[in-house]
Design a protein around this ligand. Structure first.
Ligand code: HEM
Length: 441
């Protein structure tokens, strides 16, 4: 790669600026984002190790098992929520022109949330009241501080577009997730909601996965997909339809499930399906409008995550139709949507954001110094390709194993997922150390 090309690659922006132009990474918040991304990577690894441990329970469709609930939160709190917080600290100043209101609070949120997620997950999995109480207190403080910080930052934004609205809606859903989670946690050792548990659990997980994680993804992808894909001129109206439909579908589904009103549940399902369809259509418009025909590895992960969301969207209505007794179907639905869909999509964005931030932190101003790698050389695209192939095989095997009730297939899928994540972690370690793959410029 020539110096000129290297410079082009290294001066790539992290977000589309508030005025619609491009802007550079917010160097002031690189540390804040970096600590979140580092902890998130460790949680992804811990979750993947424990996925092998819970493979038999997944194959049996035992989603009410405390082991499954504990491990789920290594992925949802540890990997997803931590990554989203880190991304917000970069994105808000750059994409929305809103400097973080209280950076110190961002660090305080990190130092409560990061240990809290681990204590909470291990407390739930082991049935230890002391651990999960300590964990949930720290998680609650971490979430409240982060939500307050983001909420106080949003009014400073120069641009109040659909990304802005999506973030505002998503942090509201995160707050509801926390409340519902605390109710469920209290129920674990008191049983006070008795038979309503399954419906409250279904509400909690849809509020969390769709309201918090997916709406964030839809809003952030609106800015970042065109930039990562170098896509110009795509019709981008579909994001607002997606956000509107998803945001209204969740309360309808919640009312339907908890009040036993099946008409409301089905109306909720229709809105959620429509919202996802709008998002997929929007993403396909961005992919089609890309200038460079070759799709980079991060975007291939994102596309794989989207396909897995389609699988979950097919399973979702069948789960509602069949009812809670079909526990393997319900488990396969959540694994396809959460692990194969959301977790994998976020890995794709991680591949785009983290090498860039690491490069800026380490090499900014040194692009023309001999021996300085380009961003593309911060990790190995061959290893990333192997990781993607492994991830696709892993999720397909795991979901098929759960549907078929095969413990062997579930073990195979979970082990392959772990192997793929180990490749990912090796890449991120190289990136953090200033990695150097391929020919030097
Ligand atoms: C904010 C703090 C949170 C708390 C206190 C919390 C608490 C809980 C508890 C206690 C359960 C077990 C319920 C039971 O088995 O009856 C549970 C299940 C679940 N939660 Fe959360 N949660 C939180 C955040 C999240 C987030 C952010 C997500 C997703 C993005 C999420 C996704 C799930 C899922 C998928 C399950 C079902 C796991 C299973 O099948 O066992 N949670 N949550």
């Amino acid at each position: 790669m020539t110096h000129a090309t290297a410079h082009r690659v290294t001066s790539m922006p992290i977000g589309v600026g508030a005025g619609g132009g491009v802007a550079s990474p917010a160097t002031g918040s690189i540390r804040l984002a970096g600590e979140h991304f580092a902890a998130a990577t460790l949680y992804l690894l811990a979750g993947s190790v424990c996925l092998v441990w819970i493979a038999p329970q997944l194959a049996a469709g035992d989603y009410l098992s405390p082991h499954v609930a504990g491990v789920t939160h290594l992925f949802t709190l540890g990997w997803l929520t931590m990554t989203i917080f880190g991304a917000f600290y970069q994105l808000l100043p750059v994409a929305l022109g809103a400097p973080i209101r209280w950076p110190v609070l961002g660090h305080a949120s990190f130092w409560t949330f990061a240990p809290g997620a681990g204590l909470f997950a291990s407390g739930v999995a082991s049935g230890s009241m002391l651990l999960h109480h300590a964990g949930v207190c720290l998680v609650a403080v971490g979430v409240i501080l982060a939500v307050a910080n983001v909420a106080a930052t949003l009014p400073r934004a120069r641009s109040r577009d659909v990304t802005w609205a999506a973030i505002a809606i998503a942090i509201t859903y995160l707050s509801s997730t926390l409340v519902l989670g605390i109710v469920l946690l209290h129920n674990l050792h008191t049983g006070f909601i008795a038979g309503a548990r399954v419906h409250v659990l279904a509400t909690h997980l849809h509020v969390a996965i769709v309201g918090w994680a997916l709406i964030t993804i839809v809003g952030v992808a609106h800015r970042l997909l065109p930039m990562f894909l170098l896509a110009h001129g795509a019709d981008s109206r579909w994001t607002k339809y997606a956000v509107g439909s998803l945001a209204t579908g969740i309360p309808l589904l919640a009312i339907g499930l908890n009040a036993g009103l099946s008409i409301a549940s089905w109306a909720g399902v229709v809105l959620l399906e429509a919202g996802l369809a709008c998002f997929l259509y929007q993403a396909s418009l961005f992919f089609r409008a890309r200038v460079r025909k070759r799709v980079e590895i991060g975007m291939r992960f994102a596309a794989t995550g989207l396909l897995s969301l389609v699988a979950a969207a097919v399973l979702g209505p069948i789960v509602l139709w069949e009812g809670a007794a079909q526990t393997r179907l319900a488990t396969a639905y959540v694994v396809a949507g959460l692990l194969g869909g959301i977790v994998v999509f976020v890995i794709g964005f991680f591949y785009k954001i983290v090498p860039l931030l690491s490069w800026v932190g380490r090499y900014r101003g040194k692009a023309s110094v001999p021996g300085t790698p380009t961003i593309a050389q911060m990790f190995s695209s061959r290893v990333a390709g192997a990781q993607l192939a492994g991830t696709i095989g892993a999720v397909a095997t795991l979901v098929a194993g759960i549907l078929a009730g095969s413990t062997t297939a579930a073990y195979a899928g979970a082990s392959l997922f772990l192997a793929s994540v180990l490749l990912f972690v090796s890449q991120i370690v190289r990136v953090a150390r200033g990695g150097h793959f391929g020919a030097r410029p």
